[in-house]
Each structure stands twice: as structure tokens, then as C-alpha cells.
Design a protein around this ligand. Structure first.
Ligand code: NAD
Length: 273
């Protein structure tokens, strides 16, 4: 199918005419969500770190595959000035901002009394404060259109804790709180805000850990997956980026108009413990 036909196709999709911005969408979950939003007909603004040539190729591929406009912002999520420029450029370039997915995130693991202060600051900035900035700056445009969908990618660690993840757990609990406040302040304005709380999701980052862990523990890949990585996840299966993409498209759509302020676990039963 040529690009024009795909564009015509996209016009009949659930999110046709919408504009979505996904922070941290150059890899992993964010890219999976961006692809799902584009497949549903939304124009997409990608953001995140990575090689310029690879990102340009991703943009081209998505435009060809889904027939929607795909742009990119290199904004660093630790900088509120860069975030302000990204939101302003999105609205200037696309004329609106309908769906905001706060997904950018990093991790660092260390005991609390040895936790590097710079890692604490970076995790709080990227995993929590960036969502405050994108949200406060996106709301006026959403209010103008009387429509908005904000999806915060939290974690099972937004609901429960694990040792050695002080900054990550604090930031993810924080984003669940921010989600509730945003939902309450926008409840009468056709704007919703929800958090998705994944357990382990299969991404290149997770795949990269499996062989190393197998060597380190002297066990098989299957044992690493079952007994190490998925130790807390009762269904013993990774969620996929496609599942998270489909859920985000649902939350972004009209059928989810009454769903707001929730923190939805996608964790195979982890937080049912
Ligand atoms: P990933 O490392 O594959 O992707 C992270 C994205 O954030 C990348 O695009 C990266 O470039 C971007 N990013 C990092 N620092 C940035 C910065 N300063 N400015 C802009 N972008 C930046 O990780 P992932 O596994 O896809 O994780 C995505 C989100 O999902 C994170 O918030 C993470 O906490 C959450 N999450 C992941 C899992 C999992 O199992 N993978 C589970 C629960 C929650």
C-alpha cells in the first residue's frame, strides 16, 4: 500500500486527527506505545536519546508503515526549559496536543546509605519531575480543545517497594500521586489522567540482562527468567510492549472517557501478593 492510501486509511482509525507525544520513545516501551498510537491513526512526536540516524530511520519507517506524521524532539527530560520548548514546538508544529504519554525513565540500584546523590537527582528529574512539567505545559492546549488524555507509565514499583531501588520507588509512587491530582483537577474538562503500572516488560534492556545473569548465577536462561527476573511476577511471563501499546490506545480513546485517576497494574499478579 502506498503512503497516500495509508494516510487515507489512518483517517478512519480510532485516533485519527489526534496528536500524541511520548517521552522516552526512542526504545523499549515508549517506542512500542508510539507505534501503537500511530497504528491507531495519531500523529506522533517521538522523544528520547539515541543516534540521530537511527531515530530518523524510525520516523521514516513509522510514517511509511502507518501513514501518519511522525516528528522528533531531542529534549532532555532533566531540563524544564527543554521540555517547555518541546511542548511549544509540538503545538506550533501540529496545531494541538491530545495525548501525552509520560514514559521516559531510568533506573539505578544501590543500598539507601550508598545511593549516589546524582543518581537520586537524575531519577527524580526524569521519572517524576519531567511529567509534572509536560503536564502543566500541555494542559492549556488540552483545555482549549476540551479533550486530553494523559498516560503516565509508572511501575509495579509505584504501588509496592523493593530494596535497593529508593529513587525509582519514590519517583514511581510520586507519579501515581501526580496522576491522581491531575485527574481531580481536570475531571470536568474531558481530560483524563491515568497511570499504567507494569511489572517486568520484555524490552531489549531486559533481554540484554538474561545471558549475563545466567553466566553470573551459573543457571539457564529459563531459570533466570523464572526464578530471578520474574521472581515477584506470579504469571511468570513478561508483559510485552505491544500489550502496553494497546492499553495506551484504549486509555487514549473515547471508550475510556470515564476512566481517570487510576493506577492500573499490568504485572501478572505481582501486586496481588
Ligand atoms: P528504555 O531504557 O528502553 O527506554 C527509556 C527511554 O527513555 C529511552 O527512549 C531513553 O532514550 C529515554 N530517556 C532516558 N533518559 C532520558 C532523558 N534524560 N531525556 C529524554 N529521554 C530519556 O526503558 P523501558 O524499559 O522502555 O522503560 C520505559 C518506562 O517504563 C520507564 O519509565 C520505566 O521505569 C517503565 N517501566 C519499565 C519496565 C520494564 O520492565 N522494562 C517495568 C515497569 C516500568
Amino acid at each position: 500500500m502506498d503512503i497516500r492510501l495509508k494516510a487515507e486509511n489512518a483517517a478512519t482509525m480510532a485516533l485519527a486527527g489526534r496528536v500524541s507525544l511520548v517521552s522516552g520513545s526512542t526504545s523499549g516501551i515508549g517506542l512500542g506505545i508510539a507505534r501503537a498510537l500511530a497504528r491507531a491513526g495519531s500523529a506522533v512526536v517521538l522523544n528520547g536519546l539515541g543516534a540521530a540516524a537511527e531515530i530518523a530511520q524510525t520516523r521514516r519507517q513509522m510514517e511509511e508503515e502507518f501513514g501518519v506524521q511522525v516528528s522528533y524532539s531531542a529534549a532532555d527530560m532533566t531540563s524544564h526549559e527543554a521540555i517547555a520548548e518541546m511542548i511549544a514546538a509540538t503545538i506550533a508544529g501540529h496545531g494541538r496536543l491530545d495525548v501525552l504519554v509520560n514514559n521516559a525513565g531510568i533506573q539505578h540500584v544501590a543500598p539507601l546509605d550508598q545511593f549516589p546523590v546524582d543518581k537520586w537527582d537524575a531519577i527524580l528529574a526524569i521519572n517524576l519531575s519531567s511529567a509534572f512539567h509536560t503536564t502543566r505545559l500541555a494542559l492549556p492546549a488540552m483545555r482549549q480543545n476540551n479533550f486530553g488524555r494523559i498516560v503516565n507509565i509508572a511501575s509495579a514499583h509505584g504501588l509496592v517497594a523493593s530494596p535497593f531501588k529508593a529513587a525509582y520507588v519514590a519517583a514511581k509512587h510520586g507519579i501515581v500521586g501526580l496522576t491522581k491530582v491531575t485527574a481531580l483537577e481536570t475531571a470536568e474538562e474531558s481530560i483524563t489522567c491515568n497511570a499504567i503500572c507494569p511489572g517486568y516488560v520484555y524490552t531489549p534492556l531486559v533481554e540484554a540482562q538474561i545471558d549475563g545473569q545466567a553466566r553470573a548465577h551459573g543457571i539457564s536462561r529459563e531459570q533466570v527468567i523464572h526464578d530471578v527476573l520474574l521472581a515477584q511476577q506470579p504469571n511468570k511471563r513478561f508483559a510485552t510492549v505491544e500489550e502496553l501499546g494497546a492499553l495506551t490506545v484504549f486509555l487514549a480513546g473515547d471508550a475510556a472517557a470515564s476512566i481517570t485517576g487510576i493506577a492500573l497494574p499490568v504485572d501478572g499478579g505481582w501486586t496481588a501478593h
